[in-house]
Design a protein around this ligand. Structure first.
Ligand SMILES: O=C[C@H](O)[C@H](O)COP(=O)(O)O
Ligand SMILES: C=C(OP(=O)(O)O)C(=O)O
Length: 339
């Protein structure tokens, strides 16, 4: 028998979601703005609004100053293209890792491996408030269900990532979310599990969760009718081409689900080559122009400076430390061309 003691686990109390929200409240005008953004996204998903939904921004936020500068530029562009596109900024504070790695501003804001969830939560909420004040709708990936309780009131569109689409816990969480939710296809490139996720999230669940005061609670969820599929490729297979999109939308229809699809131009669709994102976006637009109105949205990973860098010394301002991103100039030119 192995008698080795497990490594000791240190515990640090955190503010409750209610306490954090109270210390950094969402003003009433912002609440109205966010509800308006959620409605606008829903209208695109149901086809009532023909504009293109574009979720665009850094793979991850590691530097709030650079994220805010990006947000300012995006807000200006969003106004200029608003007749054709609805731009939603990726403000991703939690990163799912294939094995291990930095998990995002929320967990380890100083990126020194020590972790500081209290500061991470405070800084994440402050950043979302500052970005929302720019008038931008915001997107995040909801990874830890408890984190969503601290930040979800500031978010207009949520992703459930490729690594968690099959998780019942995430489907239950999505079923309670007050905003549209995109389920990514799995990391193997198949989309069946995302369709199952949409069916599950549409229904009501009894969730074992915590309430806004951090107390364990049984929550009965209302079900979320505003979910959709995000095609992101997987294991060397891309799935943004017309045949793959047609196969996915046919299956969505057969399952009685909304056929509205977003193509993630990054991740396995781009084989992690950020420059391919523009080619993919143009291919999707050509499909739209050829009459495919099930294609309602695009996701782009984009930051101020193109590419990515290792986080092991002096950093280049505005460049990703996770997946490679399009730079600002290429992003702006591409978005002006789309729609
Ligand atoms: O979007 C970011 C990454 O693709 C995801 O977090 C996985 O990253 P990793 O494979 O580098 O851990
Ligand atoms: C992690 C992400 O995507 P995926 O779940 O598709 O890998 C992401 O969009 O940051």
């Amino acid at each position: 028998m192995d008698t080795t003691e497990p490594a000791s686990t240190a515990s640090r109390a955190l503010p409750t979601p209610a306490q954090l929200r109270e210390s950094q409240p969402r003003p009433a005008a912002l609440a109205e703005q966010i509800e308006g953004h959620r409605r606008a996204i829903r209208r695109i998903l149901t086809g009532e609004d023909d504009r293109l939904l574009i979720v665009v921004g850094p793979c991850s936020v590691h530097d709030e100053v650079a994220a805010l500068e990006y947000g300012e530029r995006l807000a200006t562009l969003a106004d200029q293209v608003s007749d054709r596109c609805l731009l939603v900024m990726r403000a991703y504070l939690e990163k799912p890792r294939t094995t291990v790695g930095w998990k995002g501003l929320l967990y380890d804001p100083e990126r020194n491996g020590e972790g500081d969830l209290e500061q991470g939560l405070i800084r994440s909420r402050r950043l979302l408030l500052n970005l929302a004040e720019l008038g931008l709708p915001l997107a995040t990936e909801a990874l830890n269900p408890i984190a969503a309780d601290y930040l979800g009131d500031l978010v207009s569109w949520t992703a459930i990532g490729a690594r968690t689409t099959e998780s019942q816990i995430h489907r239950e969480m999505a079923s309670q979310m007050p905003m549209p939710v995109g389920f990514k296809n799995g990391t193997d490139g198949t989309h069946g599990m995302a369709l199952n996720a949409m069916k599950s999230a549409a229904g009501s669940h009894h969730r074992l969760a915590t309430d806004e005061h951090g107390r364990p609670a049984m929550l009965r969820t209302p079900g979320n009718p505003d979910t959709h599929l995000v095609l992101r490729g997987g294991r060397g297979i891309t799935n943004y081409d017309a045949d793959s999109v047609a196969a996915a939308t046919a299956q969505l229809r057969e399952s009685g689900l909304n056929p509205a699809v977003m193509v993630d131009c990054s991740h396995d669709n781009a084989c992690k080559d950020h420059e391919r994102q523009a080619l993919i976006a143009r291919d999707v637009m050509a499909q739209r122009q050829a009459g495919n109105r099930d294609l309602v949205g695009l996701m782009l990973e984009s930051f101020l400076v193109p590419g990515k860098q290792k986080d092991d010394g002096e950093l280049t301002y505005g460049q990703s430390i996770t997946d490679p991103c399009l730079g600002w100039e290429a992003t702006e030119a591409l978005i002006r061309e789309l729609g």
